[in-house]
Design a protein around this ligand. Structure first.
Ligand code: SAM
Length: 268
C-alpha cells in the first residue's frame, strides 16, 4: 500500500504518543456502551478501542478508509468494528446507532465544537472523551468566574460534569500541529437543555466583556430583567461569565414566568 500523506484539509494530525493513547483508554468510563470514534485516521486509537469495545467509526478520507478496512479485517468480520466512510456531519444520524454509546475520539479540530454539541444533544450519547485544541477544551470545562466561562461551559454543566484529563503537546502528533491540545471528559447525567435556553445564552454572551444586563436587554424587557435580577440577587453590573449555571437556569425560568403576556420567554 502506498504511503499515506496527512491531508491538512481533513485536520489530520495523527496521535503517535503511546502514553497519551493509554491515558485516553484509562479515562474511558467503565460500562457496556458501544464506542463511536470520529476520525479513526491510521487506526492507532482504534486498535486500543476494539480490544475492549464494539466500535462504530466515521472516517471522511477514502484512502484511510481502505487502509482501515485492511488493517481491521478481522474486527470488521466479527462486527467488533464498523467503518462508515464519509463526512460524519452527514453520515452520523441518530437512527444509525440504536444503543447507548460513548464518543471517544481525537477529533478533527475544524469541526470539533460542532461534533461535541451534537453529541451533547443526543440522548443516546452518555459520555464524551475527546482530544481537541486546548483552548476549546478549556471552554467546555470552565467554571463560573473563569474568563472563558461561556455558553459551551453552561450547556456542558447543564447536562453533566466535565474535566480535563491530560494536556497534550504538539510533539505527540505526526505531523505536529502549531497549537497545544487536551483530552477532556464529559460525563452526562441529564438530557440536553431546552433550545430556547441555549438561545438566551447566545444573547447573554453576545459581548462577553459588557454587563449581562446590557446584553440581555437587547432582547428582553428591561423591567422584567430588573425584577428577575433582584429575585436572584444578581447585581446590575455583573458580567456574563460571573453568573453560575444554576442562576442562568433560574433567570431563564423567571424571564418566562414573570411576563406571561409577551412571547412565553418574555422577549420583546
Ligand atoms: N484518530 C486518529 C489519531 O488519533 O491519530 C486521527 C485523528 S485526526 C486529528 C482527525 C481524523 O478525522 C482524520 O483521520 C480525518 O481524516 C478525520 N476527519 C476529518 N474530517 C472528518 C469528517 N468530516 N468526517 C469524518 N472524519 C473526518
Amino acid at each position: 500500500m502506498e504511503k499515506i500523506v496527512a491531508k491538512k484539509k481533513f485536520g489530520q494530525n495523527f496521535l503517535k504518543d503511546r502514553t497519551v493513547l493509554q491515558k485516553i483508554v484509562e479515562a474511558m468510563p467503565n460500562n457496556d456502551h458501544k464506542v463511536v470514534e470520529i476520525g479513526p485516521g491510521l487506526g492507532d486509537l482504534t486498535k486500543y478501542l476494539v480490544d475492549v469495545k464494539s466500535v462504530e467509526a466515521f472516517e471522511v478520507d477514502t484512502d484511510l478508509c481502505k487502509l482501515l478496512q485492511n488493517k481491521f479485517e478481522k474486527e470488521i468480520a466479527t462486527n467488533q468494528l464498523r467503518i462508515n466512510c464519509g463526512d460524519v456531519l452527514t453520515a452520523w444520524k441518530s437512527e444509525l446507532i440504536e444503543e447507548s454509546y460513548d464518543l471517544v475520539a481525537n477529533l478533527p479540530y475544524y469541526i470539533a465544537t460542532n461534533i461535541i454539541l451534537k453529541a451533547l444533544a443526543d440522548p443516546k450519547c452518555k459520555n464524551i472523551l475527546v482530544m481537541v485544541q486546548l483552548e476549546v477544551a478549556e471552554k467546555f470545562c470552565a467554571n463560573e468566574g473563569d474568563k472563558v466561562f461561556g455558553s459551551l461551559s453552561i450547556i456542558t454543566q447543564s447536562v453533566g460534569e466535565a474535566h480535563i484529563v491530560v494536556h497534550v503537546p504538539p510533539t505527540a502528533f505526526e505531523p505536529q500541529p502549531k497549537i497545544d491540545s487536551a483530552v477532556f471528559l464529559i460525563q452526562k447525567k441529564r438530557d440536553r437543555c431546552d433550545e430556547d435556553f441555549e438561545d438566551m445564552l447566545r444573547v447573554a454572551f453576545t459581548q462577553p466583556r459588557k454587563t449581562l444586563m446590557k446584553n440581555l436587554s437587547a432582547v428582553y424587557e428591561k423591567n422584567l430583567l430588573q425584577e428577575a435580577f433582584e429575585k436572584l440577587s444578581l447585581t446590575q453590573t455583573i458580567r456574563p461569565h460571573q453568573v453560575s449555571t444554576l442562576d442562568y437556569h433560574q433567570l431563564y425560568k423567571l424571564t418566562r414566568s414573570l411576563d406571561g403576556t409577551t412571547r412565553e420567554s418574555g422577549k420583546r
